[in-house]
Design a protein around this ligand. Structure first.
Ligand code: ADP
Ligand code: ZN
Length: 676
């Protein structure tokens, strides 16, 4: 049983797929004999992919030489001379001159440097100063230069002059001249080397434009349609693509044109990536995957060249699939977005290049671009035109039967105890998508391993589900006052939920702090919900208010604990009024700004200020009415509230049955209650 945790291998980002030990039938080979490229010995690799160590080394050598030179120069410059040059006041210089101690001077404009006939310390009494014959001084501008010259001549001092514009030392000149250049060159080398590393350790300069797509060869793809469950419509639509990839000419013969672009749209975790890999696995096609955001770099034009590179590789590896995840990152509608920076140019160029590549497909090219997005509504219409992503497949969240099928796939390699009822788990997980269910199966297996179970039992599943739905306990201890308040708060939610028609049945109430919450009341519908009536939405608002109102009734004051409740109910109320046409005053008019309409320009709102005020008033009215209703309800059922709260204080966590019993209400009977 200890191996169970390792059985969940189909997760996102896992390119190489299962380990050899995983129970998977070997893939049948395509009769036409798909080619493997590049061959293990490097034949058939796209040009430029061969490592170019010499090139890279030369760059590196130059860099090292430059660094060394820089180092040497700076050392020379700062190295203390054996004889430091002392800067002395002009008066000292004059007295030295008149005392005949100066051997030579060299002047540059008003600056004078010179050598004494013998070494002295300066200041004269200092014990620490190094004796030196070198000095420097500055001639005041008001000084009589003629007289100074005469005196210098009289003392037989050697005089030299330097042009005021040339710098004094070659070293300094070198440093000033080449230092910045060397630095910039060095930085560039560093950048290129880093880019090269990110791009797969190839050459230096060329790699910027190389695609970062991950490539999986056909023989390494172990995912097939058998691994995809619960989204049968999407699967059915894609079988045609598989057929086409296996034999592109068959379709062309009859004059048909297969779509070269398929857009998979659906919520995160519904299995879009999995589906794309399964298509590649079924068709024995090479699989290139990249996230659209990976095309974009700060430098304009890089994205487009990456796209070119990716498609060149994909064409060379026919049959192949190019999977572009999060297409909306570059494919957002160009209308309405305001370009302030150059970021949009880069996005557009990249997008245009993708479109150009797709337009360039021959009907027999066995390359299919699968793109995934969870925001199909924001995509640029240019993407959806004929010949591009003209086939769209909606990947829906699975229904109850679908969830059971997905659980079956993900428990294939987990030893299950007889008590495990996948159907029951499926019916108590409405709203969960494939990724959630895969995670659930994995958590259950982990839990079973930790508990030293022989097989994964139903209790492992229910506890794993509880952990996923409610969050893991936080491990803080509430003081008695806070505990009681939390108990009343949660009891308020739960009791309103039990007493209101249209509210989802209460599954669990708990005052164990988890995540951000001090307590939790879990209520889930019996069946999958795709549509809510006005009554049901109002019930949600009532239940959300229950916690706060219970505090008001019991303590006469409120705390900050109801913040997320308030956010939630406000959101529902606003959408009821502004999006779903459930307010009589506003009517069935969408007055909330749609999410995709980019940054607002001042004054670009679609609705008048008047309407907005009306929306606010309607929302306020809705919530106020609900507040009155809940207050009346809980005041009338105060005794039940007390007994539920006390039961909760005692047990900390109540299942549906116990909670309904504590409130003196008949238990809700419906789908098997797995969350316990
Ligand atoms: P998406 O790309 O839609 O965000 P993924 O394909 O990455 O979702 O799904 C993540 C993981 O969830 C998959 O690797 C798989 O293990 C599991 N999964 C999702 N949907 C399904 C499904 N329909 N059938 C089986 N497993 C699924
Ligand atoms: Zn609450």
């Amino acid at each position: 049983m200890a191996e169970a945790p390792n059985t969940q291998q189909l997760d996102k980002g896992d390119d190489v797929s299962r380990p050899a030990s995983a129970p998977h039938p070997p893939l049948g080979r395509d009769k036409r004999g798909w080619h493997v490229s590049p061959a293990p010995d490097g034949r058939g690799a796209p040009p430029g992919e061969k490592p170019r160590p010499a090139h890279r080394n030369r760059w590196f050598l130059w860099f090292v030489v430059a660094l060394l030179a820089l180092n040497w120069l700076s050392l020379l410059l700062v190295q203390p001379n054996s004889q430091p040059r002392e800067t002395v006041p002009f008066s000292v210089f004059l007295s030295d001159l008149r005392g005949g101690e100066i051997k030579s001077v060299s002047a540059k404009a008003d600056a004078v440097q010179g050598t004494l006939r013998k070494k002295v310390r300066y200041p004269a009494h200092s014990k620490t100063a190094t004796p030196t014959a070198l000095f420097a001084t500055q001639v005041p501008t008001f000084w009589n230069n003629t007289q100074l010259s005469a005196e210098l001549e009289a003392e037989h001092v050697t005089i030299t002059a330097t042009s005021p514009t040339t710098s004094e030392s070659i070293l300094e000149e070198l440093l000033l001249g080449f230092g910045p250049t060397l630095l910039i060159v060095g930085i560039f080398v560093l950048i290129f080397r880093r880019a090269a590393k990110a791009g797969g350790g190839m050459g230096a300069l060329g790699t910027f434009g190389r695609s970062k797509a991950r490539r999986v060869e056909p023989e390494n793809i172990r995912v097939t349609f058998a691994d995809v469950a619960g989204i049968d419509e999407a699967k059915a639509e894609l079988t045609e693509i598989v057929d086409f990839l296996r034999d592109p000419t068959r379709y062309a013969r009859l004059g048909g044109r297969m779509p070269h672009g398929v857009l998979l749209s659906g919520a995160p975790g519904t299995g879009k990536t999995l589906l794309a890999r399964a298509v590649a696995g079924e068709a024995h096609a090479a699989f290139f995957s990249i996230s659209a955001s990976e095309f974009i770099e700060a430098i304009v034009g890089v994205g487009a060249s990456r796209v070119r590179d990716l498609f060149t590789q994909a064409r060379a590896a026919e049959p192949s699939i190019v999977f572009i995840d999060e297409l909306d990152a570059i494919g957002r509608s160009r209308q309405g977005s305001v370009s302030v920076t150059g970021a949009n140019d880069e996005r557009e160029q990249t997008l245009d290049q993708i479109l150009t590549e797709m337009d360039g497909f021959e009907s027999t090219d066995a390359v299919v671009v699968l793109a995934a997005t969870n925001r199909a509504d924001v995509l640029d219409s240019a993407l959806l035109r004929a010949g591009r992503f003209d086939r769209r497949v909606a990947v829906q969240a699975p229904d109850r039967a679908g969830r059971a099928a997905i659980l079956k796939v993900h428990t294939k390699s987990i030893p299950l105890a007889r008590s495990v009822d996948l159907e029951a788990i499926a019916s108590s997980t409405p709203g969960m998508v494939g990724a959630d269910l895969a995670n659930l199966a994995n958590e259950a297996a982990l839990l079973a391993a930790r508990r030293n179970h022989e097989k994964v039992e139903m209790s492992d599943f229910t506890d794993a589900l509880e952990k996923i739905m409610l969050g893991a306990p936080r491990g803080i201890i509430l003081g008695p006052a806070d505990r009681e308040r939390t108990a009343y708060h949660e009891s308020g939610h739960a009791l309103v939920g039990m007493l209101t028609t249209g509210a989802d049945p209460v599954r669990k109430v708990s005052i164990i702090p988890r995540g951000m919450a001090l307590g939790v009341t879990l209520s889930t519908p019996d069946t999958d919900r795709v549509n809510y009536s006005r009554e049901e939405l109002t019930a949600k608002i009532l239940v959300a208010l229950g916690g706060r109102v219970a505090e008001e009734i019991v303590y006469g004051q409120v705390t900050t604990g109801a913040e997320s409740d308030i956010q939630q109910l406000t959101m529902i109320a606003r959408q009821m009024v502004g999006r779903w046409g459930m307010s009589d005053l506003i009517g069935p008019v969408a007055v909330l700004p749609s999410e995709n309409s980019g940054p607002w320009l001042p004054g670009a709102s679609e609705t008048s200020e008047d309407t907005q005020r009306q929306v606010d008033e309607e929302v306020h009215q809705l919530v106020t009415d609900a507040h009155i209703e809940v207050t009346a309800l809980l005041t009338a059922h105060r005794e039940q509230l007390d007994s539920l709260a006390h039961a909760l204080l005692e047990a900390e966590t109540l299942d549906a049955i116990d909670a309904y019993a504590a409130a003196g209400l008949p238990a809700h009977v419906a789908a098997p209650d797995v969350v316990r």
